[in-house]
Design a protein. Sequence first.
Length: 268
Amino acid sequence: MPFAMIDGQPLHYLDQGQGPVVVLGSSYLWDHSMWAPQIDVLSKHYRVIVPELWGHGQSGRLPEGMSSLDDLARQTLALMDHLNIDCFNLVGLSVGGMWGARLALAAPERVQSLVLMDTYVGVEPEPTRLYYFSLFDKIEASGSIPEPLLDIIVPIFFRPGIDPQSALYQQFRATLATLPRERLRDSVVPLGRIIFGRDDILPRLHELDAKRTLVMCGDQDKPRPPSEALEMAELIGCSHVLIPEAGHISNLENPEFVNRMLLGLLRR
């Protein structure tokens, strides 16, 4: 997997397959491997590119002076320029959708289709913003994500009925438990504060092309409930799909359904 120097830091990304380009924007706390079921299917027909968030996977630390999700959108466009890619399809889950919507608003001529998954582009409701910021303070103070915090954070990403002994659940928990102190301090925590301290772009959603936009959400997503997805879809005027038997990381909890929806949209 290659790197591109963006804003003075090495951005790590997967680049697999040939054909029209599909960019996959990942969730906070996950690396490119969260998209494994989609990469496997889509790369047979498309060129799939998955940039890793700063401080995630093998990407470098959060660049100096980075302060908003608009920076993530701009940096992804810089990666596309680096790869000489003019137009692309964009699928963003969670924070991937937050910066993905901003990218589509900033460069509509370059985004052929946009899928917003398990995401919300309004401000974080104040009670949850304060709650997440208190978790960041605890992580910063301890220099790790200790067991009691893992017990809080890990379940957020999955549907309530998931088996906590499943490989998917345990693998994610183990990844978070081994995050190094420097990466948490320099990248993961400050990026989290940018994500959950974001500004509101709901008033701009009507500017998106409704015919080329799809909003999808796990029917059991706790941090980004289906009501938020419906609100965004109505503001855009686009189609809205609930992903059955899925929580926040819906693409991993119901990959067959998600793959079918993505392939259908891309073929259109």
